[in-house]
Design a binder for this molecule. Structure first.
Ligand SMILES: *Cc1c(COP(=O)(O)O)cnc(C)c1O
Length: 354
């Protein structure tokens, strides 16, 4: 395929990362869920994850889970279900994460209509302050009520960290989750299938053998798809060369580095600022801020400077490059997590599976 801009997706690297993480997790009695949302649950990517030994696919969006229903894997909905979507939730997700009684009641009703029981992991907030009840009495009460709902099966307790509040998974907060889970099990005479501790951000803890033994599920996205974990640091023995962006050069000109009489705002309403490097050779690429936050692009050629851009254009300084860039050359960029997400989401960026 020679259409640009394109994001190259190295499926074999994703499978390798998954195989490695599944086997490392197994040593710590953890069975990871494979999170597909970074790739918008592109079926080829989901297949690459399944090929690595994952049996439970997870995504935050129901529309993504619908895309992979034909893969017949078990599915987990990560974002709390909206009341307006409960019918589809029980149809396309085997399990969902929950924190609201009204939603559980609606899920129960929807499941009964379809002659199903919907599995639920209740979320408890350990301080990151996104989803889940913060007070233990609140979570205990919710679980008590959930058990009484005929269309619901309470199968676990979970928590989410390092997403909003920047709270690291630690031995102490993970142990707090396990203790609360044990209390719920005892009080209601049930046994949880899942104690779902953290995302890829919990891998360092696990690999340092500091994850409490009760935690038996981690929900892994970034580590499988990009080989990164807490603070975007590389996860040992995984590959980071999974996604790369290529954008095509449509103009090369020598120009001054400071605009002539800059007085107005740029296309995004900001006052532009410029570094005066004198006359420089610049390349214009056919990709822009509509596709990706250009501050999240790292040119593979270290001599390229990303100068700026607008909705549909990216401007590069290629003055110091030894490579011979021409009109039509595809320039390669490494991407941050958010840049991969944006490129995967943009309908203007071609998805090139390798
Ligand atoms: C996205 C998400 C994950 C996966 O996080 P990664 O950092 O990509 O591993 C786990 N749990 C929840 C609830 C999520 O929304």
């Amino acid at each position: 395929m020679n259409a640009y801009p394109r994001i190259n997706i190295h499926l074999d690297a994703i499978t390798e990362n998954t195989q490695h993480m599944v086997s490392v997790c197994a040593k710590h009695n953890v069975k990871p869920a494979g999170v597909t949302k970074l790739a918008c649950a592109l079926p080829e990517v989901a297949k690459a994850i399944l090929a690595g030994g994952i049996t439970l696919l997870a995504d935050s969006r129901l529309r993504n889970l619908k895309k992979i229903k034909n893969l017949h894997s078990q599915t987990l909905l990560l974002r709390l279900p909206a009341l307006s979507e409960v019918d589809d939730v029980v149809e396309f997700a085997d399990i969902s994460l929950n924190s609201e009684l009204v939603t559980l009641q609606a899920l129960s009703d929807a499941a009964l209509v379809k002659g199903k029981r919907h599995q639920v992991i209740v979320m408890h907030d350990l301080g990151d302050l996104r989803e889940g009840g913060f007070f233990e009495e609140e979570t205990l009460a919710l679980c008590r009520e959930a058990i009484c709902l005929p269309g619901i099966e309470l199968v676990g307790l979970g928590t989410n960290l390092a997403c909003y509040g920047g709270v690291e998974p630690t031995y102490d907060n993970q142990n707090q989750l396990v203790a609360l889970a044990r209390q719920i099990e005892e009080e209601n005479d049930i046994t949880f299938q899942f104690i779902s501790g953290a995302s890829s951000a919990g891998l360092g803890l696990m690999m340092g053998s500091e994850l409490p033994s009760g935690v038996n599920q981690l929900r892994l996205g970034a580590s499988l798809l990009m080989g990164i974990g807490l603070n975007d640091d590389p996860v040992p023995h995984t590959r980071q060369d999974t996604f790369q962006l290529e954008a095509e050069i449509i103009e090369i000109k020598v120009k001054p580095s400071v605009p002539v009489n800059s007085t107005a705002l740029d296309a995004f309403g900001n006052k532009p600022e410029f570094v005066d490097r004198g006359l420089r050779r610049r390349a214009l690429c056919a990709i822009g801020k509509q596709d990706v936050d250009i501050s999240q692009l790292t040119p593979v050629d270290k001599n390229i400077i990303v100068i700026g851009g607008s909705s549909d254009h990216l401007i590069l300084d290629i003055n110091d490059c030894s490579q011979d860039y021409k009109i039509g050359t595809a320039v390669k960029f490494d991407l941050s997590y958010s840049a991969v997400l944006q490129c995967m989401t943009s309908e203007y960026v071609y998805k090139h599976m390798i």
